[in-house]
Each structure stands twice: as C-alpha cells, then as structure tokens.
Write a protein that binds this ligand. Structure first.
Ligand SMILES: [Zn+2]
Length: 198
C-alpha cells in the first residue's frame, strides 16, 4: 500500500493545495525572470547613449529627433545602438567620424561629432552628419564579414559618393537652406566626389 493512501482526505487535499501553490509560485518566478530578461535585452538593444555634454547637447538632441523623424530605419538599426560623442581626429580638425568596435561578443558603435564643425552648424546640418556617419557604420557592419570586401581608396571613394549624395538628398528632404546644402556640396567638391543630383 502506498503511503499517501494512509493519509486522510483533508490532509491529502492540503498537500495537493500546497503543491499547486508551489508550482504556481515557481511558474510566476520563471515568468518574472523571462520578463526581466526581455526588458534587459530591449535596453541592451536600444543602448543609445548621448555622451555629449555642455552647450552642444541641446542641438545634438534636436538633430537626433530630426533624424528619428525622417530616417526611422537607420535611426532604429544604427543610431539607437550608438554612442554619440564629441571628438576630433588628430591632424584632421573639423572632421566627424565613426568607430565600429566589434571584438568577440562585444560590439560598440560610435558616432563622433567634430566640436569645431558643431560650432557653426545648424541642427539640420548636424542631423545630416549623424545620418552620414550612421551610413558608414551600417555599411561597415554589412560588409565586415564579406571576404570580397575591399577598403582601398577607390572603394572608400565609392562609399563616400553614395553617402554624401544621400546626405544631400536628406538635407533637401528636411527643407535645408541653400547655404546648408552648399556647405555639403563644397566638401564634396574638395574631395572630388561627384554630385549626382545637383
Ligand atoms: Zn564619411
């Protein structure tokens, strides 16, 4: 005879009730863990950090809101996961740039805005630079595992031809002034980058 059969009905009922509560508690705990993991994962996937401080911060935030409105795809794919920071390349003042750190399982995307360029830039111009650098990051992320990817001067020129012309397209779409558009065209001319849609 099994031991449980020796127990009277109220005790068996209480044991069953206790086991049910214990199972429910465990399930609730597992659900909570899954929910926490999902929240943490979302936060990790949406890890944009604006590290810009001081007088440029409000303009960078305005520029980011313009990009979010007009370029939602690249904003979600790249910019939302990027650190936005001020920085200059030694010997190349006035040049914004991007960094793709991708070592083992750790990946960090950086969009570095030149303080020298920000000094006189409008919000739309800053937005167009953020789009420009985000396009570099997206391109590099797409190509870095491609064994046929070449990064010589000709390839970089072609990449810049696409990106600068898209930057012009973006500026026109957001209603930039003639001066803002001509500023980018001037840089393109200095780099011998063809203007496809003048
Ligand atoms: Zn560039």
């Amino acid at each position: 005879m099994k031991k449980s059969c020796l127990l009277n009905e109220p005790i068996r009922f209480r044991i069953a009730q206790f086991n049910y509560l214990r199972l429910l508690t465990r399930q609730l705990f597992i659900c909570s863990c899954l929910l926490m993991t999902a929240v943490l994962f979302c936060k990790k996937g949406n890890a944009q950090k604006v590290l810009v401080t001081g007088k440029y911060l409000p303009r960078v935030e305005q520029a980011l809101s313009i990009v979010a409105k007009y370029e939602p795809d690249i904003f979600a794919d790249i910019i939302c996961q990027s650190y936005i920071q001020l920085g200059e390349i030694p010997g190349q003042p006035g040049t914004s740039f991007c960094i793709l750190e991708d070592i083992a399982s750790s990946r960090a995307l950086w969009i570095m805005l030149s303080p020298l360029r920000l000094r006189d830039a409008t919000n739309l111009s800053i937005a167009s630079v953020i789009v420009h650098e985000a396009m570099h990051l997206r391109y590099n992320l797409a190509m870095k595992h491609d064994p046929t990817w070449v990064t010589d001067a000709a390839a970089r020129h072609l990449e810049h031809t696409t990106i600068y012309n898209y930057q012009l397209f973006f500026l026109k779409r957001v209603g930039a002034t003639r001066e803002e558009i001509e500023g980018v065209k001037g840089v393109m001319r200095s780099l011998s980058i063809p203007i496809i849609h003048p």
